[in-house]
Design a binder for this molecule. Structure first.
Ligand SMILES: NC(=O)c1ccc[n+]([C@@H]2O[C@H](COP(=O)([O-])OP(=O)(O)OC[C@H]3O[C@@H](n4cnc5c(N)ncnc54)[C@H](O)[C@@H]3O)[C@@H](O)[C@H]2O)c1
Ligand SMILES: [Zn+2]
Length: 361
C-alpha cells in the first residue's frame, strides 16, 4: 500500500492507495467512534463491491444509502433527497458519511455531509479513476445548477481517502478510459515523467494490469496532493488543475451533461487548449503533437457534431474561472508546465474548434 499525506494550513489527512486500502476505512471509523455510519453509494457499485467492502471495513452495522447514478444526481434535488434520508435514518452530529463511489456521488455526498447539521465527517472510498486521482482529494464538494456545473459547493476536506484500484475492474472500458484523461492532465500540468510513464505503458494501463495500477494511481493522485498542499483555496496554483476544463465544462453544459463523460469532455478540452496554446506560439509544435497523440490514443471520444464554437464561447462566461467577465485560461507551454492566460480571442477558439474536430479521435 502507498500512502500520501495532504497537509495544509487547515486540514491533514491520509490517502491510502492499494488493494488493502479499504481496511483503513474500518480502522478509522472504529477509532473515531462515530454514533452511526452511512455508506452512500450507487446500486451498481454496491452490487459489485458491497460484500467485499463490508468484509474489508467491518462496517456491518452501517446504513447503506443508494443514490441514482449519473451527473443529474449532482443537483439540488439530489441534495434534498439524500439529506432527507439522513434525517429519516436519524443521522446526528456524530455520524459520518462514507462515500463508495465516483466523483458524482463523492461531490454530492461530500456536499451534503458538509452542510448536514452544519457539517459531519466524510470519508471517501473512490471507485473511479477520476475520483481516485482527483475528485476525492482536496475537499471540493458540490452540485450543478441547470445553468452551469459545480456552481454550489463547499471546500470541506474528507477525513480519509482510501483508493482501492481493484474496484476499477468493474467500470465499463469507456468510464475507465474517461478517467485516464485526468491522469494525462496531471502529467501535462506538472509532471513530464508521469506523462511519459503513461505514454510508455499505455497497453498495461488500458488493460488495468495490477502490477502497474497502484503506481499509476498514487503517482497521479500525488500531483493533486502536491497542488492542494501548496494551495488549498484555489488561488493561482490550484487553478492549474482546471487545465482542459474551461472548454470541457462548456461542452458538458452544451450537451446537457448527456453526451460526454466528464473525463471525455476534459479530453476534448485539453485538445482545444493545446491548439490554442500552439496558435499563440506558447507551446512548441513537437510538444503539442505528443500531447495530441497521447490524448487521441486513449480515444474514441464522442463526437463534437452539432455543437458550435459560438455556443461554447457563450457558455464560457458562466465558468467559475471567469472573474469580472475575464476567462482564466490554463494553457501549456511544454509538457509539465502550464500558465494562466487571460487573453484568448474568440476567433482563436473558433479556429481551434474547427481544427480539433478533424482529429482522428
Ligand atoms: N471535487 C473535485 O475536486 C472534482 C474533481 C474532478 C471531478 N469532479 C467531478 O466528478 C464527477 C465525475 O466523476 P466520475 O468520472 O467518477 O463520474 P461518476 O461518478 O458519474 O462515475 C462514472 C460512471 O461509473 C459508474 N461507476 C462508478 N464506479 C464504478 C465501479 N467501480 N464499477 C462500475 N461502475 C462504476 C457510475 O455509476 C457512473 O455511471 C463530475 O461531476 C466532476 O465535476 C470533482
Ligand atoms: Zn475533472
Amino acid at each position: 500500500m502507498i500512502q500520501l499525506r495532504v497537509q495544509t494550513g487547515t486540514s491533514s489527512y491520509t490517502i491510502s492507495v492499494g488493494n488493502r486500502a479499504w481496511q483503513e476505512v474500518g480502522r478509522f471509523c472504529r477509532r473515531e467512534k462515530y454514533s452511526s455510519v452511512f455508506i452512500v453509494t450507487e446500486s451498481r457499485i454496491w452490487r459489485a463491491w458491497g460484500r467485499k467492502f463490508l468484509q474489508a471495513t467491518g462496517l456491518h452495522s452501517a446504513s447503506v444509502i443508494l443514490v441514482p447514478p449519473g451527473e443529474r444526481s449532482k443537483s439540488l434535488a439530489g441534495v434534498k433527497a439524500l439529506a432527507q434520508k439522513l434525517v429519516k435514518r436519524r443521522a446526528d452530529r456524530e455520524s459520518a458519511v462514507v462515500v463508495l463511489g465516483g466523483g458524482v456521488v463523492g461531490d454530492l455526498a461530500g456536499f451534503v455531509a458538509s452542510i448536514y447539521m452544519r457539517g459531519i465527517d466524510t470519508i471517501q472510498a473512490p471507485t473511479t479513476m477520476v475520483a481516485q486521482i482527483d475528485s476525492a482529494i482536496g475537499g471540493k464538494t458540490g452540485v450543478n445548477l441547470p445553468e452551469a456545473k459545480n456552481m454550489l459547493g463547499t471546500l470541506t476536506p474528507p477525513r480519509l481517502v482510501a483508493a482501492n484500484p481493484e474496484v476499477l475492474g468493474s467500470l465499463s472500458p469507456r468510464a475507465y478510459r474517461s478517467g485516464l484523461y485526468e491522469a494525462v492532465k496531471h502529467g501535462i500540468i506538472q509532471d513530464p515523467r508521469l506523462f511519459h510513464f503513461i505514454r510508455e505503458n499505455l497497453k498495461p494501463i488500458l488493460a488495468q494490469d495490477p502490477k502497474i495500477m497502484d503506481r499509476l494511481i498514487a503517482w497521479a493522485a500525488g500531483v493533486k496532493v502536491r497542488v492542494v498542499n501548496r494551495d488549498e483555496r484555489e488561488s493561482d496554483l490550484r487553478r492549474i488543475l482546471n487545465f482542459g476544463h474551461t472548454l470541457g465544462h462548456a461542452l458538458e453544459a452544451a450537451t446537457h451533461y448527456r453526451r460526454f463523460l466528464h473525463g471525455e469532455a476534459v479530453g476534448w478540452g485539453m485538445l482545444l487548449a493545446n491548439r490554442i496554446a500552439e496558435e499563440k506560439k506558447m507551446l512548441p509544435p513537437t510538444e503539442a503533437r505528443k500531447i495530441e497523440e497521447l490524448i487521441c490514443s486513449l480515444g474514441p471520444l464522442p463526437s463534437l457534431q452539432g455543437i458550435t464554437s459560438r455556443q461554447l464561447v457563450a457558455l464560457l462566461g458562466r465558468d467559475k474561472k471567469t472573474v469580472r467577465g475575464v476567462v482564466h485560461w490554463i494553457l501549456s507551454e511544454r509538457i509539465g508546465s502550464v500558465r494562466i492566460v487571460t487573453r484568448v480571442a474568440n476567433t482563436l477558439i473558433e479556429k481551434a474548434f474547427r481544427d480539433v474536430a478533424r482529429l482522428p479521435v
